[in-house]
Write a protein that binds this ligand. Structure first.
Ligand SMILES: C[S@@+](CC[C@H](N)C(=O)[O-])C[C@H]1O[C@@H](n2cnc3c(N)ncnc32)[C@H](O)[C@@H]1O
Length: 237
């Protein structure tokens, strides 16, 4: 089943308990303005349910895109003020360029292969003004990915309780992650599974792909879950 087809509805239930969004948006803003103090516009590639973009709108004019119609439907319902578009971040044309482009919380892993990593970064570069800032959160590094990794967590929301169990296998430099969900609401108990295939790249591969796409001054900051937050600027010429 397509990732996020069913879990879009419960994504915020999990992440709101796991993630300090206010810390992340302050960190992203500081990383952007530290390199481009007058930055005014921002695009988020893989906007999901809009948790980050809706908060970044305090400081920037924002646009977002996502490949999942279901994630966008949740995003539009919760944040009707946001301009979000359906499309693949490797190919979409948002029709303008920005002072910053971000792709966070490991959404880049869905490229799966190095060739597609290059294509995505080239498209991010196409959407940046000269001197614009790129920020990308990596997915797991090959050395840290565990074949047979298992986890389970239960989260309680106002209207639902969700248990999410994960089994991850490593194949062809990718994680093949099966996520099983049991969702309990007043209407009953629902079970569904999803698969997430994500590419495992080391730091050097991310940095090389960013440089090939025209980025310089690349640093690796603390990001989401210790997966590295890559920051660079689009160099002139
Ligand atoms: C872990 S979520 C992160 C969402 C959001 N950035 C956040 O911080 O909450 C990953 C998102 O990446 C999106 N995604 C995966 N591949 C994509 C692609 N090729 N183009 C655009 N979005 C993609 C998924 O649909 C999903 O919404």
């Amino acid at each position: 089943m397509e990732p996020f087809r069913r879990s879009a509805l419960v994504y915020d239930l999990i992440y709101e308990q796991r993630v300090d969004y206010d810390w992340h948006v302050a960190n992203l803003r500081d990383l952007i303005t530290g390199r481009l103090p007058d930055a005014k516009s921002l695009a988020e590639m893989a906007v999901g349910t809009g948790q980050i973009l809706s908060r970044m709108r305090r400081w920037f004019e924002v646009v977002g895109c996502d490949i999942s119609p279901n994630m966008l439907a949740v995003c539009r319902e919760r944040h009707p003020e946001l301009d979000v578009r359906l499309g693949d971040y490797s190919t979409i044309d948002l029709g303008q360029s920005f002072d910053a482009v971000i792709c966070v919380f490991s959404s880049i892993g869905y490229v799966r292969t190095v060739d597609r990593l290059h294509a995505a970064f080239e498209n991010f570069a196409r959407h940046l003004n000269e001197g614009g800032v790129i920020i990308v959160d990596g997915w797991l590094r090959p050395a840290n990915a565990i074949d047979g990794f298992r986890s389970a967590e239960t989260v309680d929301g106002n209207e639902a309780t969700l248990t999410r169990s994960v089994l991850a296998r490593i194949r062809d430099n990718q994680t093949d992650m099966l996520a099983a969900h049991t969702l309990i609401t007043a209407d009953g108990i629902e079970y569904f599974e999803e698969r997430h295939h994500m590419g495992l790249f080391d730091d050097a591969t991310y940095v090389d792909a960013l440089q090939r796409a025209g980025f310089s001054g690349i640093t690796v900051e603390d990001g989401f879950d210790g997966r590295g937050r890559f920051v660079g600027v689009l160099k002139s010429g």
